[in-house]
Design a binder for this molecule. Sequence first.
Ligand code: NOJ
Length: 497
Amino acid sequence: MALTTLYVELLSFACLLAAIHGVNGRAVNQFPEDFLLGAATASYQIEGAWNEDGKGENIWDHMLHEHPEYGNNGENGDVACDSYHKYAEDVQALKDLGAKVYRFSISWSRILPTGDLDVINQAGIDYYNNLINLLLENGIEPMVTMYHWDLPQALQYLGGWPNPILADYFLEYARVLFDNFGDRVKWWLTFNEPYTFTRGYASSGSQAPSQNAPGIGDYLAAHTVIRAHGMVYRLYDEQYRPTQNGKISITLNCDWFEPYNDLEETLEAQERMFQFQLGLYANPIYVDGDYPAVVRERVDNNSRAEGRPRSRLPSFTEEEKRMINGSADFFGLNSYTTMLVISAALGHSPSMDLDCGVLRIINFTWPSSSAIWLKVVPWGFRNIVNWVSSRYPNYPIFIAENGYADTGELDDEGRISYYGQYLAELLKAINEDGANVIGYTAWSLLDNFEWNSGYSQKFGIYQVDFDSTERTRTPKASTSFLANIYRNMSVPEEYFQ
Ligand code: NOJ
């Protein structure tokens, strides 16, 4: 055999081995041994019992009761999946799925009806204690989000997140959670998707509390949220970690932004989009305690041009920067899809859209789901995981949400195909590209209340019958598909071809 032929043969053998075993010696389709696979939900989307047993009103209750037209056909979360009464069925569903972790959120106003410490609602504490205990009895780790968009309405009467004092209220609420649940909860997330919920201060009709102060309210809210996150992290770190020994972080959301073309200005737009959506939160927490330079500069310049005496984006004090910098034990990431991006002057003045200057385009040639924004683009998932892993190194990534929308059919082939392909791309990021990812909770365990889309978009691995007072849960085809993956800790090889 000629030397060159031998060389080529050896090389292809090496490539084959790499394909089977990845960079870390593990088969490419295999999850790391201690990887946490599970499912996620959120309080307002599943619990119902909106005014039972002492729960206070929250901003979603309030907005959709006052403005049913903001929802889908007047739908709301008053009953939802009735998980307040049916949590034991949810735990059974998780067990049947083989979930090792359940990410759920606590409703602030179920624990503190006024948002403050004047009333502590024991029934609310009992509810979450029962859920946590049942999870643990079934070998499922609870992962708790403290805030998944349902602010006590009493705190909205004070202005909500744009009011800096909300950080103090959040700190006190967090203390109640650590005191009551921290002996058993070892995974904490302060906020879910601040980029999304702070839009509730930028426009009316979509996110609660529907306050129309674009380019101002959203930045003020973000500023309070980042401070509140840092404060709660430090509280845990100093007062609870020594005895409770858990991990705490925040969940940020970002899809992959694919440049529309390879012009320099398009690549700059791509970077801006990442920085305005993800960097706004991730840079202070994971990089240097402060906003990304491009965000700071553009908002400051626009504010000046508008004749304002101050920037619409507030500044952190040096002490706050120190407190916020490094305030996470891992990186919680929600990601679903990919969009095309191109530089553009759009949006009214003032607004974050105008400050950012990027047009996001939905590519209708990509495979769709039933949600207009959610295109099935598995390679984009690998890209965003790798982007986060390279920009914010030293922090393990936990995929806190990823999932597919349809109209609720039991034979949910679209969901099976989505999870097969997305999990394969995730495994390539881990095993071929070396990303340090430690867990994945699919969105969602149950069909549930999908915010403005009401019950028209279904993300569940289990179907819920919203026409029945029983809210019957039924496994879909994707339930056993995911259960197999969860049991074997591997994705079928056909998804790697
Ligand atoms: C993100 C949110 O956290 C969750 O509440 C929502 O239902 C899913 N994405 C799907 O849109």
